[in-house]
Design a protein around this ligand. Structure first.
Ligand SMILES: CC(C)(COP(=O)(O)OP(=O)(O)OC[C@H]1O[C@@H](n2cnc3c(N)ncnc32)[C@H](O)[C@@H]1OP(=O)(O)O)[C@@H](O)C(=O)NCCC(=O)NCCS
Length: 187
């Protein structure tokens, strides 16, 4: 891994916002904005934010919890805000918040929150150590601690899933697990 010893940056240094007007060609058959349009904007802003923090090229490794809880309408102005929540060695967790604004009434809605894990790479495609984070506000400390907790839970969940995948499927486990589910085992 390429070393970048002793360098720290504030969260403010890399905070990035992309703002885009939702035009009719972004809509799905129901007239609401396609989830894929929003995902693309989220990925772009996460890349910009992570690249600023690390001063280099970054790739998306993982996206956690993308919930589309409220639809976004054609004509709304969407701000996609990216903030570094956590840094490891080569990885950074970028918190993404989407705010949709009705430009006629100036009403704003917070429609999505998501977490993108980005990894920094050098010119030889090797992992690059990223600067540490200077946490200047209580919210930034909370974001860092929450991200750390989510990372630990993700590792735990991954191990538990591995155990489930490795467990043999028996007639007993099928009837026990699937008894209340809406499926018919027809083999
Ligand atoms: C990301 C990538 C470099 C990881 O390679 P790897 O050999 O698994 O490397 P490591 O296990 O050392 O992981 C590197 C870092 O990524 C983190 N990481 C790896 N998989 C992760 C996951 N699923 N979720 C969150 N973080 C993850 C590790 O925790 C580690 O963080 P750290 O350096 O801060 O400790 C490699 O999988 C890759 O290049 N993937 C393709 C990325 C890409 O092209 N994205 C574009 C979208 S298609």
């Amino acid at each position: 891994m390429t070393e970048d010893k002793g360098m720290y940056r504030t969260v403010r240094f890399s905070q990035t916002t992309i703002t885009e007007l939702m035009i009719p060609s972004y809509a799905n058959f129901g007239g609401k904005i396609h989830g894929g349009i929003l995902l693309s904007l989220m990925d772009k802003v996460a890349f910009a934010c992570a690249s600023k923090h690390s001063s280099g090229y970054c790739v998306t490794v993982s996206v956690d919890t993308v919930d589309f809880l409220q639809p976004i309408e054609v004509g709304e102005l969407v701000a996609v805000i990216a903030t570094v929540h956590y840094v490891g060695n080569s990885s950074m967790v970028i918190g993404i918040k989407i705010i949709a604004e009705n430009v006629y009434t100036s009403t704003v809605r917070h429609t999505n929150t998501s977490y993108f894990t980005m990894v920094s790479k050098d010119q030889s495609d090797k992992l690059k150590k990223v600067p540490g984070l200077i946490l200047e506000t209580k919210e930034e400390v909370k974001n860092f601690m929450d991200a750390l907790k989510r990372k630990q839970m993700k590792d735990f969940y991954k191990n538990e899933l591995q155990k489930i995948h490795e467990a043999p499927i028996t007639e007993e486990s099928i009837s026990e697990i699937l008894i209340e589910e809406r499926c018919i085992v027809a083999h």
